[in-house]
Design a protein around this ligand. Structure first.
Ligand code: ADP
Ligand code: MG
Length: 267
């Protein structure tokens, strides 16, 4: 995406359902062009927090701002121009071709009756090229593999020319090559990125900074080596782990040894 990256600021955001705070007083920021990862166990509130950021859920307290402007003051259309979303892998919900799915990215930029113009077509083609999916343009989206679908959804985000990309576990169920290709591609885009990620080793490898959620609150944030410590992994995930720099690659590496004895005793 060639757009100027955007600054995301999440200021004391709380969202509750049935009287329970699913996310509670979250403070998070992503600098322009930064790739920030959101990690935490199942049910810790990652998807809910992301939904408040891409303006599907309205916070009960606090605010989300894009370049200093509240997403609810911006309105749906302007917020959609600024923020592209790649949610979890979807089923057969698109009875559209790959080209049509990517063209959906142009939607927030067009008037109600506008047809697809040459500039829209050029952006769609460029986006498909960037994710190496040009050859699939006329395939039906639902016939693609999981990894191919994710690449098409990233192309849709590219065509959208959004300055913030929000991803919710974009690489679940993909094999390791696709996971690395997708995260490498996202990292190279130069836009601001906030991604919920499941795999802690991949989060360490691709993210500039991490936020660790537990029970709807941020329990740690910072560079991967500050967040992915054995103590925090034990406290939040209930797993004993070794964390070290790999001698040859220099990459942070987490080796999971097994559930902590306390969490076993609790079963
Ligand atoms: P994560 O993405 O980290 O796995 P979620 O944000 O999906 O976590 O969910 C956090 C918790 O909030 C879960 O316990 C989930 O059941 C609950 N939750 C999410 N959305 C709703 C809702 N609309 N109504 C009630 N509970 C919800
Ligand atoms: Mg989730």
């Amino acid at each position: 995406m060639d757009a100027v990256p955007l600054k995301l600021y999440v200021e004391d955001v709380t969202w509750a359902a049935d009287g329970r705070r699913i996310v509670d007083s979250i403070l998070l920021d992503v600098a322009p062009g930064e790739f920030v990862g959101l990690i935490g166990p199942n049910g810790s509130g990652k998807s809910t927090l992301l939904r408040t950021i891409y303006r599907v859920l309205r916070p009960d307290a606090g605010r989300v701002s894009l370049d200093g402007e509240d997403v609810w003051a911006l309105g749906a259309r302007e917020a959609a121009r600024r923020t592209a979303v790649v949610a979890q892998e979807r089923g057969n919900d698109f009875d559209l071709t790959v080209h049509e799915v990517v063209m959906l990215g142009r939607h927030p930029h067009k008037g109600l009756l506008d047809r697809d113009g040459p500039a829209d077509l050029a952006l769609v083609e460029e986006a498909l090229e960037r994710v190496q999916m040009q050859a699939f343009a006329h395939r039906l989206f639902h016939t693609l593999s999981g990894g191919e679908k994710q690449r098409v959804l990233i192309a849709r985000a590219l065509a959208q020319q959004a300055r913030l990309l929000v991803l919710d576990e974009p690489t679940n169920h993909l094999d390791i090559r696709y996971q690395m290709e997708i995260l490498g591609l996202v990292r190279g885009l130069g836009v601001t990125v906030l991604a919920a990620l499941h795999d802690l080793n991949l989060a360490a490898r691709y993210c500039d900074r991490l936020y660790l959620l537990s029970g709807g609150t941020v329990v740690a944030s910072g560079p991967p080596e500050q967040v992915l410590t054995p103590g925090l992994i034990r406290a939040v995930y209930g797993v004993e782990a070794l964390v070290e720099r790999h001698p040859q690659s220099g990459l942070l590496q987490i080796v999971f040894l097994g559930p902590t004895t306390e969490s076993l005793a609790g079963q």
